[in-house]
Design a protein around this ligand. Structure first.
Ligand SMILES: NC(=O)c1ccc[n+]([C@@H]2O[C@H](COP(=O)([O-])OP(=O)(O)OC[C@H]3O[C@@H](n4cnc5c(N)ncnc54)[C@H](O)[C@@H]3O)[C@@H](O)[C@H]2O)c1
Length: 254
């Protein structure tokens, strides 16, 4: 029921935190894995194919598709991990709304919304032609609710999680629902993971403040979304499309 051994699964943003995790997970599940990222070197093995590709460019994604089809076969799964998710104090920017740069806004929307749309359009259309596919998009608790900016303040320094991230993650919720209906008769299922924060290299103070806001009292471990990914890509979720699966330690429950 959860067998992925004959699947060809594309992961965008495969050099990132979740992209790497899911690539290794799916290789271990026996799938053939195509890793796309703008920061990756091209390599072809018997069970994996890494390809440098830019999700904001239809040309780049179409070139990737042609290579995937000639070296592997038509993709049957897609996980959209490529994203811009800058930490609020990167480059010492406060991200205050009043002065928020439209250039930054556009960059986030290009990758997080246009990039997901193009990846779905180009790879999903191919799956629809073959009448088989499962797409996983990735949203965030910040696409459902506003960030609590107090988590990001450092003493008297007021840093804010950028508004474009929230807008882009809300957009993914409806993009998923639209595509799930559009491709329902073509047997391509499209679902959305709404994730809470993952513990990585954040400073201790942030982790403490964040954890205090979570009913389970901590940030997520990197492997705590693995089973959801296997479930959504496999026949185990055959009656599920257009859904949001919230995995956030209870953040949105109170
Ligand atoms: N990390 C978290 O705590 C967290 C929490 C909730 C949701 N999410 C979501 O999970 C997804 C993955 O997050 P992550 O933490 O692994 O991000 P990450 O920043 O570690 O990785 C993102 C990857 O996307 C790639 N990328 C960026 N622009 C690209 C482009 N134009 N073309 C191709 N690749 C591009 C980057 O090179 C990078 O490897 C994102 O959608 C993020 O919003 C993450």
């Amino acid at each position: 029921m959860f067998d992925l051994s004959n699947e060809v699964i594309i992961i965008t943003g495969a050099s990132g935190l979740l992209g790497k995790q899911f690539s290794n997970l799916l290789l271990n599940q026996g799938a053939r894995v195509v890793m796309l990222d703008k920061n990756i070197s091209n390599k072809l093995g018997s069970d994996f194919y890494s390809l440098r590709s830019d999700v904001t460019s239809a040309v780049s994604l179409k070139q990737a598709l042609a290579k995937i089809k000639s070296n592997f076969s038509t993709p049957t799964g897609l996980i959209n991990c490529a994203a811009v998710n800058e930490s609020p104090n990167s480059n010492n920017r406060s991200n205050k709304l009043e002065h928020y740069s439209i250039k930054n806004y556009q960059k986030t929307m290009d990758v997080n919304v246009k990039g997901v749309f193009l990846s779905c359009q180009i790879f999903g259309t191919e799956m629809a032609k073959k009448r088989k596919g499962s797409i996983i998009n990735i949203s965030s608790i910040y696409g459902l609710l506003s960030p609590d900016h107090r988590l990001y303040h450092k003493g008297s320094k007021k840093y804010f999680k950028p508004i474009d991230y929230s807008i882009s993650k809300s957009a993914i919720i409806n993009l998923t629902k639209y595509l799930s209906v559009y491709w329902a008769n073509d047997k391509v299922r499209v679902n959305n993971l709404i994730l809470g924060g993952i513990k990585s290299s954040q400073d201790k103070n942030f982790v403490r403040k964040y954890s205090n806001r979570v009913p389970l009292g901590r940030m997520a471990n990197l492997d705590e979304f693995d089973s959801a990914v296997v479930y959504l890509l496999s026949k185990g979720s055959s009656y599920m499309t257009g859904s949001d699966m919230i995995i956030d330690g209870g953040w949105t429950a109170w």
